[in-house]
Design a binder for this molecule. Structure first.
Ligand code: APR
Length: 170
C-alpha cells in the first residue's frame, strides 16, 4: 500500500473513492462535506437520503458509501468524525474508526485508491497534530492493507499539510 500526500481540494481528486467528513445526518453541511455535495450534485444527496431511510443516522466512527455524482471519483465514502471535547481515549478511538471503517468499506467495494481529507480537524476542532498521528497510524496498521493499492492524504490547509509532510517524512 502506497501512501501519498497532496495539498488539494479533494473534490478534484480522481481516486476510486474520496472520503467525506460528514455529519450523522448525512444531509450535507459546510467544509469538505459542503464542497462534495455542491460539486458532486444531487445524486449524492439522493443516495444519502436512501441510506438514511434504510438505516437511520450514521453514527460517529461509522462509514457509508454512495456514488460520487459529478465528481471525478467513482465513490464517496461518508464517515462521521468525533467532535473534539477534550483529550480522551474515546475521541481518539472514534477517529481511528473513521479511517478503519472507510478502508474496510473500500475493500468491500473493490476500491483500490482512496483519498482521505483530514477528518474532524475543521469544524469539529480535533487537534491537527493528534488527528494526523491517528490517521497515519490507523492506515499503516490496517489489517488488510495489502488489499489497498494507494491511500492519498489530501490536505486543504497549510498546517495539516506541513504536519503530514513531517510525519510521513516525505
Ligand atoms: N478538500 C479537502 N479538504 C477540505 C476541503 C476540500 N474541499 N474543505 C475543507 N477541507 C478540510 C479542512 O481544512 C479540514 O482540514 O477538511 C478538514 C475537515 O474539516 P471539515 O470539513 O470542517 O470537517 P470536520 O472538522 O470533520 O467537521 C465535520 O463539518 O461540514 C460539516 O457536515 C459537516 O457537520 C460536519 C462537520
Amino acid at each position: 500500500m502506497i501512501l501519498e500526500l497532496i495539498k488539494a481540494d479533494i473534490t478534484t481528486i480522481k481516486a476510486d473513492a474520496i472520503v467525506n467528513a460528514a455529519n450523522s445526518s448525512l444531509l450535507g453541511g459546510g467544509g469538505v462535506d459542503g464542497a462534495i455535495h455542491r460539486k458532486g450534485g444531487k445524486e449524492i444527496l439522493k443516495a444519502c437520503i436512501e441510506i438514511r431511510n434504510k438505516q437511520g443516522k450514521c453514527k460517529t466512527g461509522n462509514a457509508v458509501i454512495t456514488t460520487a455524482g459529478n465528481l471525478p471519483a467513482r465513490y464517496v465514502i461518508h464517515t462521521v468524525g468525533p467532535v473534539w471535547n477534550g483529550e480522551s481515549e474515546k475521541n481518539n478511538a472514534l477517529l481511528a474508526d473513521c479511517y478503519r471503517n472507510s478502508l474496510a468499506l473500500a475493500i468491500e467495494n473493490g476500491i483500490k485508491v482512496i483519498a482521505f481529507p483530514n477528518i474532524s480537524t475543521g469544524i469539529y476542532h480535533f487537534p491537527k497534530n493528534n488527528a494526523a498521528d491517528i490517521a497515519i497510524a490507523t492506515v499503516n496498521n490496517f489489517a488488510e492493507k495489502e488489499k489497498i493499492e494507494k491511500v492519498i492524504f489530501v490536505c486543504f490547509d497549510d498546517e495539516n499539510y506541513e504536519l503530514y509532510l513531517q510525519k510521513l517524512n516525505k
